[in-house]
Design a protein around this ligand. Sequence first.
Ligand code: ZN
Length: 509
Amino acid sequence: MSDRPSFYVSTPIYYSNGVPHIGHAYATIIAETIARYKRFCGYDVKFSTGVDENSQKVVEKAEEAKMSPESYADMMAAKHKAVWDGLGITYTDFVRTRDPRHFAVVQEMLQRSYDSGDIYLGTYEGKYCVGCEEFKCDADLNEAGRCPLHPDREISVLSEQNYFFRLSKYQDRLLALYEARPDFVVPSHRFREVIEFVRGGLDDFSISRAGSTFGIPLPFDPEHVTYVWYDALFNYYTACTDGQERFFPADLHIVGKEILRFHAIYWPAMLWSVGLDLPANILATWFITIEGQKISKSLGNVIDPVEFSREYPRELMDLYLLHSFPVGSDGDFSIGQATHSYNAHLANNIGNLLNRFLVLTLKIGGGVSGTASDAVFLADRANMEREYVAALGRCDLRAALEAVFQFADTLNKYLDTKRPWELVSDESRHPEVADVLLHLGEGLYAMACMLMPFFPAKMEELLARIGRGDDVHRIIAGSLPLDAGIPFASRFEVAEKGVPLFARIDVSK
Ligand SMILES: [Zn+2]
């Protein structure tokens, strides 16, 4: 058991009847970056992801594939894992909702809610989208009377005896929660939409269906299976059983547009109902389109993130997803823009700085040491750190990257002003050159440490090339905490110029 503070971040559990594409990778890469950052700040990090398997769609897909639902679910879980492993995602838990320990958790929670009077039997008649697995009100449907997310499916009308969760009971308590915790959902404009929705009044929601067998039976009425919310949301609790209890509740749930409401409204109410604590924060991501179009199989624009990260540098995808649009706004993935961004920020800005440092340091003997004393430099470096830590504190990965890139810009300008390359031919002026390079080294060092959560492989390489390879292990171990001020390295050594850290991508291809 660790004496470090704990931090628990989760991705949604993804539907197991499809393979993750770049839109899913978006949420997972955000989670990955935050998990790394927290580890590098010294936290004991739990990072859960998984698959949502107990659905009618899994049964349908299994039939199409002439497989049993169980073996189909096994196959799909393996495919999901292969995507995340292929991207080097460092999840600590992969939750499958077919797991018997999850069944036990969900049944216990259903019973607790039932005992506290929050679950009752009622009659439901409503419009139901099989694609979303939820009932829809008219306002949710498009002009053709169909689900906007599943326009090629007929809306069914279902009337059945269902068990309901008494969400309406929790309206005031939810509004009080939102009032007391103004950062419960980030970004804030998405939180405001949630609050407006709750103010408009809450309906109880159905939590069961009769007659289906592929799901978790209600402990108090086994003729019914629970569907969607108890099953899906309590995956975050299941991940914390078996000796991991200290991690619950989560510090951060990362969720997509379509499930924000359920995490920000249903989930707190369900947790109150069963007597568990609430998560600290919910981060809402939004939809990604590809070159202006919705990601869809029929449009043939589904990007496999693993293939993509082999075709292009891995950092190109991560940089673009994390830097090009604010979390919570719809983003468009464009290869042209991604390439441009990669060339500008990584190849030109940071890559060029490193290259200048390596070449000039080799010209004066391969090493510099001392104490950085330029007041403007020190202020700029401290300012970058402050902005970076503050941005990550509010899960604004884009602003954190921007703070580092701006500092790199400043350093390139510093170098253009000092022009050390004009002095290297005169050995008597090498101390001046060394002083400029010491500052540049301290700048690169701080930037590399701060970019470790974003581009770990490249930043390890950068640190090794400036003679600070040993610090990589300290960062990974959390003993050089990124939120506690990056120390000054005071000594840099360069062995060789080497190939460019970030090779420019030819945009004319
Ligand atoms: Zn739908």
